[in-house]
Unconditional design. Structure first.
Lengths: 145, 145
DNA sequence: CTATCTGCAAACCGTTTGCAGCGTT
DNA sequence: AACGCTGCAAACGGTTTGCAGATAG
């Protein structure tokens, strides 16, 4: 059993524990998301998944993403040119590093941010509740090309 | 002459230097943006501006924002719930601090980020070209309420 | 057997485009 | 006089909703 398959089984189980059902459409959509190392638009997920399951509808992709996001399994990714892409969420709080060439997404820890946030909070008087930190660049593979 | 008026005159001049024209619609739209301390959607700008200039069209707001953004005078703001808001751009590279209660937006410097970005670049092999850092919280005024 | 899920079609909503006339320079 | 600008209406594209039938539990 591959790592993706194991994770897919976990996700399906979490869906079921929340009163949702296991269906062929959801299995396929979850597999596509777990196999891909970059953020995908709903339409992209639909096109890839439909090759494996004829008759799948785009609406089902939207509705499945909605449920996966509510369970925290998937997260919406914001980029300069698009805010409608979805990516498998990391375990715990991590930050995104995205390759502007191939789209590959990786997560990293940003514990070092705490002192800066405290400084800003003290200076501004804000009570900070959330932060966004994302890096964009060219990954090692794409630099070689 | 207030600070807003002075800045409005500068913006109009920059538009003119780029081959664009000064019009009543643009004057009004620029004023609205400069008077407001939070990011606004095109529709909000339109509604506020239209009270001052009857007959203004929403399309003109979109087209003016496009030009202002191209000149770097205005920037699009991404938030968890909306990615279509615009805010007067800061001078130089700064980061956003947004009040989740009233929407007020402030900028701050984040020079402290450089070492973290270098660490991530070294570990990941990425050549980092851009970064997004934004804080959300409750401003001092809203905490009192 | 019941509640959820599905795909289709249509509605929706923010944004963009085509156009003819107007305003700025 | 020339060219940019304007508002309107229509087109557009991604997303959501209503619905009747299919399917998981």
């Amino acid at each position: 059993m591959t790592a993706e398959n194991k994770k897919a089984a976990e996700w399906i189980k979490l869906l079921q524990n929340s009163g949702y059902r296991q269906t062929e459409a959801r299995n396929t959509i979850v597999e596509v998301i777990l196999e891909t190392n970059r953020a995908l638009e709903p339409l992209e997920i639909f096109e890839i998944a439909r090759k494996r399951q004829a008759g799948l509808g785009l609406v089902t992709v939207y509705r499945t993403l909605e449920r996966l996001e509510a369970l925290g399994l998937v997260q919406r990714v914001h980029q300069p040119g698009a805010c409608n892409m979805y990516l498998q969420a990391p375990q715990g709080h991590q930050h995104l590093l995205i390759c502007t060439s191939c789209g590959k997404a990786e997560f990293f820890n940003g514990d070092d941010l705490t002192p800066l946030m405290e400084t800003v909070a003290a200076r501004s008087g804000y009570q900070i509740t959330e932060h966004w930190f994302q890096l964009f660049g060219c990954c090692a593979d794409c630099q070689r090309k």
